[in-house]
Design a protein around this ligand. Structure first.
Ligand code: MG
Length: 230
């Protein structure tokens, strides 16, 4: 840990609240569709559509909205009313415009770390939405580098490290997703700190067998980073 020079943070559910906003809209979607069909697995159908659509639209709210519309059309055999589709679109707009709520301790930790480390954000999703959240979060000035990517995998991290002329063994990534923020970094020889968030999207979950032999640190709270790096 004494070698660390650059600390990169995931954004959604590491710096600010994100996933619960998707859960709220999934619940609204479930209630809306129950007015049309008796399925009990509406959320599962929506998830399958989202997965299928990742390769077309990538991660983020826009893809989520299109997936809700597609699922609604399919499950109702095209019977869904235009006014209900409009509701789905409005939920998405509201989600995009939702205030950015920072997680506890984030700003305090960034302010302290900024004195001794190069700080970075690495986040995936809609470019527009992520840029807007970084701007509205009030945290932009703490970061030397912001990278918005479409997938968080080993090759993407290696490219970022290379592009900014960093060394992999001086690089630490902090995030809430084992799949996106931890395993790819551990696999390329960087350091990783996992700070779990109470809500995780199914797609980001990792089976425990995939974690065997992987070395990373798990913290309950971002403030514990300060102690870890001392
Ligand atoms: Mg995250």
């Amino acid at each position: 840990m004494q070698k660390i020079k650059t600390i990169a943070f995931d954004a959604d559910d590491t710096l600010w609240v994100n996933e619960p906003l998707f859960r709220i809209n999934e619940e609204k979607f479930d209630s809306l569709l129950k007015e049309y069909v008796s399925h009990s697995d509406i959320t599962e159908k929506l998830y399958q559509t989202e997965l299928k659509n990742l390769k077309h639209f990538g991660y983020g709210i826009k893809g989520f909205v299109i997936s809700m519309i597609e699922t609604a059309i399919e499950l109702t055999n095209g019977e869904i009313k235009g006014c209900d589709l409009k509701k789905i679109i409005d939920w998405g707009k509201k989600q995009i415009d939702h205030p950015v709520n920072l997680l506890d301790g984030v700003e305090e930790v960034l302010r302290i770390l900024k004195n001794n480390y190069q700080l970075m954000v690495i986040t995936k999703g809609d470019l527009f939405d992520q840029e807007s959240k970084i701007a509205r979060s009030g945290l932009a000035d703490y970061f030397d580098i912001v990278e918005i990517v479409s997938e968080k995998e080993e090759s993407v991290y290696s490219l970022i490290i290379e592009k900014h002329k960093l060394k992999v063994d001086e690089f630490l990534m902090v995030g809430n997703s084992l799949k996106s923020d931890i395993l790819p970094l551990v696999n390329i020889g960087a350091f990783a700190v996992h700070i779990p968030f109470h809500t995780t999207w199914v797609h980001e979950k990792v089976e425990s067998k995939d974690l065997i032999g992987k070395h990373y640190v798990e913290l309950a709270d971002i403030r514990e980073l300060l102690t870890l790096l001392k």
